[in-house]
Design a protein around this ligand. Sequence first.
Ligand code: HPA
Ligand code: ZN
Length: 350
Amino acid sequence: MSTLPFSSLETLIQALPKAELHIHIEGSFEPELMFVIAQRNGIKLPYPDVKAIEQAYHFSDLQSFLDIYYAGAQVLLKEPDFYDLTWAYLTRVAQDNVRHVELFFDPQTHTDRGVPLLDVIEGIYRALKQAEVELGITSRMILCFLRHLSVEQAMETLQKALPFKDKITAVGLDSSEKGNPPEQFKAVFDAARLAGFLTVAHAGEEGPPEYIWQALEQLKVSRIDHGVRCDEDPKLIRHLAQHNIPLTVCPLSNVKLRVFENLSQHNLKTLLEEGLCITLNSDDPAYFGGYMNQNFLETSKALDLSAEQIVQLAKNSFTASFLKEEEKRKHQREIDAIFQVWEEAQSSID
Ligand code: HPA
Ligand code: ZN
């Protein structure tokens, strides 16, 4: 029976069209490419080889990861560096049948080193446009403010980004969550919405449910990035379900950063069963050991997700996206058709 299409969850996951909504482009920086770009820019990495880099990737919490993640990004200097980084990610996820990406980038990580914002945005955007033509992947860009830096610096970054408004769909909030509550950035997000940007924010990864409330009520976000600590507040769960506010959940990331001890303890399945619009994403795949399908596969196995639940996650990824309704429906019809073939294959196995 193994020759049948969709004879395993792995083949189903592979076949499903998916959107990735929580990916930091700097977090897709593979060690091999890091060495190539470092050499090209005449920068010496503090590691002798790729293996030594990989061995450094042991994290105890979000901050221990961020320290290494920001260090890796230091070798990105010019437009072609941002293009190569983004193109490498896109060609990789094309293999996972990702059809749409909404990617985060951290301008302050680069502009604070003297890299012009123009080079960052143009490099990423050039790869995204090429992917639309050559890989059939559509995209949106989300500019993230670093919450460990000041509100004034975030506001300055927003002002600098205004000339690139046509290329950027939304603004987000990332970096060290604990002690940096969303409400601090209310004025920046008000200004961003006034300028026409949508808003999202990382909240409830390490921070308390209160930070999720603040992101919703003060930053008026369309969706919450991570948000897994919502399960500590039943009223919040009800609110997220009733208002169809999606969570962009990243299971392999959560285990690597010790938000959950292991995948089988992850609350993704419970949240799905509570009726929340849960999406599954890779976050920083070069650091956390897996791109989209690896996240789908390992999570499905660890939590014993049903085929229906896997299909629901794929459909949710489009529902939660910033695509137009007709584009969402086109992908979802394809998902429905694939699920039908899957079910027919199952009944012929039974
Ligand atoms: N959380 C906060 N900031 C980040 C992350 C994350 O998971 N990845 C990259 N920047
Ligand atoms: Zn993230």
